[in-house]
Design a protein around this ligand. Structure first.
Ligand code: GLV
Ligand code: MN
Ligand code: MN
Length: 472
């Protein structure tokens, strides 16, 4: 039996390698003015494709995929080349419709769950087996770029198209997932969709009493987007073993692949992220009339804490420890008023969870000390999430590595410093990730850029890896 399976896999993969032609060339010029602006804006050097690109095989329709990436980027609340697409906003709803439509065109059966995770399934010839899944997110933080997450959703649909065009028949069903809100922009919590899929009861409870910055409740926001049953999200939970494998395609968001001219990153682990929300409160007052010794300035407490975050991160002694104060708001926000309240949101990460937790503890101690010294109240110190790292599964690493070898693409194993929905899918399924190079590692800013031929390489590796995993 094992022999039959592995020999059929070899025959099948041989068929892939020999019979496919690249539908589109790896051009870097498009007619779309948005893309031109992006290239000019980012200064991305137009370069010739690597040798291995033209060599390859699987029939990725790279031009069409690039067109879809450009089209999707137009659903944005900020002008090109930036992209802003916030959960359950009008633009998010339009983008979701766009994705569902593409899934349907690819012949996938589409379903949505109560939080708006979108699933497109291609039934295998043994549909009772747990499927192999792939996917990512399409929400975009304010003023970011058009590739983060998007490459892993549109690229996954194109990977399915590649396999269909090839005549491949999956044994296990293949499923593309578009996860709801990987970014924490609107409700301050990352990876909403995948955390819920992984069964986070804590999050389902929390969302019952969560509102955004405009005081719109989570369930009202979800209703606006057409998700009427978001009051109780336990329906979203999947049991462990629902998928035999999950693999996500993503831009690297770091500079290594580009610097080393390596086509593919095979991810071995995802770093451990944590985030904190906290408030200082003082008495405020008139910026002219209140003398310096009489003040308890919540803004200065926040400034001191921001520097303490940097200090504690550097004290770890490891380049892998990072910390960012990404939000710092002062109330009432008038030039001639001493801040009476400050709000900070702090992101800290490490590949070593213990080291990351030590940083969190030090930040807490500093917040307490600052509040004492400056006579301000530490009215809130909330650890929003404190997630452990996740390891990729060996079987998926191996499948991705052999896909790279068979496609003659250079690759290296690497860790992901950014978090992804994969971090949570790893709780219910063996997980892996495929990275592609992006310009200077830029991400979460408008200059984010990935070249079409690099995206096409990622899709090819994804398609072949899915094919392999579907036959196991
Ligand atoms: C994901 O967007 C992250 O912040 O790592
Ligand atoms: Mn992101
Ligand atoms: Mn992402």
């Amino acid at each position: 039996m094992a022999l039959t399976l592995s020999s059929s896999l070899i025959v099948l993969l041989g068929f892939f390698i020999c019979n496919f032609t690249l539908i589109s060339s790896q051009k870097n010029e498009y007619d779309d003015p948005t893309t031109k602006t992006m290239e000019e804006f980012s200064g991305y050097p137009v370069h010739e494709p690597h040798f291995q690109d033209s060599f390859s095989s699987l029939s990725v329709d790279a031009d069409n995929l690039q067109k879809q990436i450009d089209e999707l980027s137009s659903f944005s609340d900020t002008p090109a080349p930036s992209v802003t697409r916030v959960l359950y906003s009008e633009k998010d709803v339009l983008a979701r419709r766009y994705i569902k439509n593409l899934m349907a065109i690819s012949g996938l059966s589409v379903r949505e769950d109560d939080v708006g995770n979108i699933f497109g399934r291609w039934d295998g010839y043994e549909p009772e087996l747990p499927p192999v899944s792939t996917g990512s997110h399409i929400d975009a933080i304010p003023y970011s770029g058009k590739y983060d997450g998007v490459v892993g959703v549109l690229g996954a649909i194109e990977a399915i198209n590649v396999l269909k065009r090839s005549g491949f028949k999956p044994k296990r069903s293949l499923e593309v997932i578009m996860f709801t809100s990987e970014e924490p922009t609107r409700f301050g919590i990352s990876c909403l969709g995948s955390r819920l899929l992984a069964g986070s009861e804590e999050l389902a409870e929390l969302l019952k009493r969560t509102a955004d910055g405009q005081n719109t409740s989570f369930s009202d926001a979800a209703r606006f987007a057409g998700y009427k049953n978001a009051e109780d999200l336990s329906s979203v939970f999947l049991r462990k073993g629902s998928y035999s494998a999950f693999i996500e395609l993503h831009i690297e968001q770091g500079p290594i692949l580009e610097e080393e001219a390596t086509s593919i990153g095979v991810v071995t682990a995802i770093a451990a992220p944590a985030s904190i929300k906290m408030d200082f409160e003082g008495n405020g007052g008139h910026a002219g009339a209140v003398l310096m010794p009489m003040r308890n300035d919540a803004g200065l407490a926040a400034a001191e804490l921001a520097l303490a975050v940097e200090k504690h991160v550097l004290e770890s002694g490891s380049i892998d420890t990072v910390g960012t104060v990404g939000i710092l708001e002062l109330h009432p926000g008038a030039i001639n008023s001493i801040p009476s309240k400050s709000h900070l949101e702090i992101d800290t990460r490490d590949i070593n969870e213990t080291r990351r937790n030590i940083v969190i503890e030090k930040i807490h101690n500093s917040a307490l000390a600052i509040s004492k010294n400056r006579k301000v109240k530490l009215s809130e110190f909330k650890i929003v999430n404190q997630d452990p790292p996740a390891l990729s599964d060996d079987s998926i690493i191996k499948a991705a590595e052999s896909a790279c070898q068979e496609l003659n693409l250079s690759y290296k194993k690497m860790i992901s410093r950014a978090y992804h929905d994969s971090l949570f899918m790893a709780r219910i399924s063996p997980m892996g990730m495929i990275f592609i190079p992006c310009y200077k590692g830029y991400s979460h800013k408008p200059e984010e850029f990935a070249a079409t031929h690099d995206i096409a390489n990622g899709v090819r590796v994804l398609a072949l890896t899915l094919a392999k995993l579907s036959l196991t």
